[in-house]
Design a protein around this ligand. Sequence first.
Ligand code: SAH
Length: 357
Amino acid sequence: MQQTEKIELLGLLPHELTDALQPLGVPKFRAAQLFRWMHRQKVADFDQMTDLSKQFRADLQQQFYINRPNIAQRLASAIDDTVKYLCRLSDGNCVEAVRMVYRHGVTACISTQVGCRMGCKFCASAPLGLVRNLTAAEMLGQIDLMDAEFPADQAVTSIVLMGIGEPLDNYDQVLRFLRLLSCKEGRAMSLRHVTLSTCGLVPMIDRLAEENLPLTLSVSLHAPDNASRSALMPVNRKYPLEELLAACGRYFRKTGRRLSFEYALIRGENDSRRDAQRLADCLKPVFPGMRPHVNLIPVNPVGENGFQAGSAKQFMQYLSEVGVNATLRRTLGDDIKAACGQLRRNAMEDDSHESRE
Ligand code: SAH
């Protein structure tokens, strides 16, 4: 039987797994056992599920499969514990994931799409466009492959959806991933430890607000006015700043959770005192009476785009003068170019060189 005709199991919620196993005629608790093997022990091979009968394992082998990516390339930082993975998916496509060690735990930065169609001018993934959405199993699999390399007490404790792709452009699979992640029969991770980063797809922000999940929503702002934001991020032409900020306000009122804002500092583009003032004017109405919070990221130059990082220290000073809190994103794994998208980009360039030779 061809693999494509088999049913993938890692992406199924517990009740769906029970339904999928129905034709095999096994008792219901077998589905629960299988779920635990996949999501707690993170076993990829049915033969390692030693408390399942031989017959059951043979049936599973024949009709089902578990679709986890494997490691195509691993880059470990020599200056901190950051490890960057190029993950190969079953169809040969690759995405990136990064494991970062902080004092309070281990964070996985994972991808949600192969490529992206949002076209942000500073981003390494934009020029290559969108190839396809990742499945929930492929998102979980990125975390599993990291955990498989470390002892259990160094397992991933928080997750940021800040790798390749726009999570809200792959809404259904991302939601499925979040449900699987927080499922009490599986990893049972609290969604308080998850941050979803978006370039600002307004209708999807409203839809996410309705789900009432305790995750942190982070909005990639990067510019404080429509003209400069549209020049950097084409999505702004469809959902301009005033609509985006209104949606952020609705999200906050509906969920009670404060959003964070990302701001990639680009020298001469968005780093002046006037930009800081306009940023404050944008953000203050979103959370009346509270100091807004911005995460500053010195822009990572990509390819030939000519962008250079602005001075974070200077911009932070400007922001504090206008009443906005800011943190500078700690740059981990500087030596391995942990900036997302660049590893896949390089791998694809290598491939195209090879095929030309
Ligand atoms: N699509 C989501 C997740 C993308 S990556 C989003 O737009 O939020 C996570 C963050 O990295 C985003 O804020 C993104 O704008 C930023 N980013 C992308 N390329 C960058 C670069 N070259 N330098 C600095 N930040 C970058």
